[in-house]
Design a protein. Structure first.
Length: 174
């Protein structure tokens, strides 16, 4: 465990969860754990119930276009009692259902909207999510705009622009 061999939390998690923890290291003073995709909900549940990480600070996506698997889902957790933060990273592919990341909404209800946001903007699916629908873009939007290969100039979405009349109460010209 690169640089985290002496960290008591990393050692306890390795003992409890074994191969679920792929690697551990200290980055920016915080413990960063690379987690096996299929075990993320189990690891999060253990961190919450046994280690006091009761607060999901953030859940976000990262795109690495030339790497396989292409995406990472990053979780930032906080233990207020221990005044400690931990970062979890899960590799996620695109397309096939086998690449879906298990949802952690069963551990923290607050994961609902961030998981939907990662789905909407990156296209990473969350298995077991209660309502994996778009949250920022409309259903039928073509693509996921935070992917690094999304065209900078945008795409033709097929949505008609709303026309807004400029001017007072109507009837006159603006």
């Amino acid at each position: 465990m690169e640089g985290a061999a002496e960290d008591p939390l990393a050692m306890a998690l390795r003992e409890e969860l074994g191969e679920a923890i792929e690697s551990a290291r200290i980055l920016g003073g915080d413990l960063t754990l690379q987690i096996r995709r299929e075990t993320i909900a189990e690891v999060c549940a253990a961190l919450k119930s046994k280690h006091g990480f009761t607060y999901l600070v953030d859940l976000c996506g990262v795109d690495f276009p030339g790497r396989e698997p292409r995406f990472e889902v990053v979780y930032h957790l906080c233990s207020p009692a221990a005044n400690r933060r931990v970062r979890l990273k899960v590799a996620a592919g695109e397309g096939e259902a086998a690449a879906a990341v298990p949802s952690v909404t069963g551990v923290w209800r607050a994961a609902n909207w961030p998981e939907r946001e990662v789905w909407d903007l990156y296209g990473v699916r969350f298995d077991g999510h209660p309502d994996l629908t778009r949250i920022l873009l409309w259903e039928g939007f073509n693509g996921h705009p935070l992917r690094k290969d999304f065209p900078v100039e945008g795409i033709d979405t097929g949505a008609a622009a709303a026309t807004v009349k400029v001017g007072g109460s109507g009837g006159g010209e603006a």
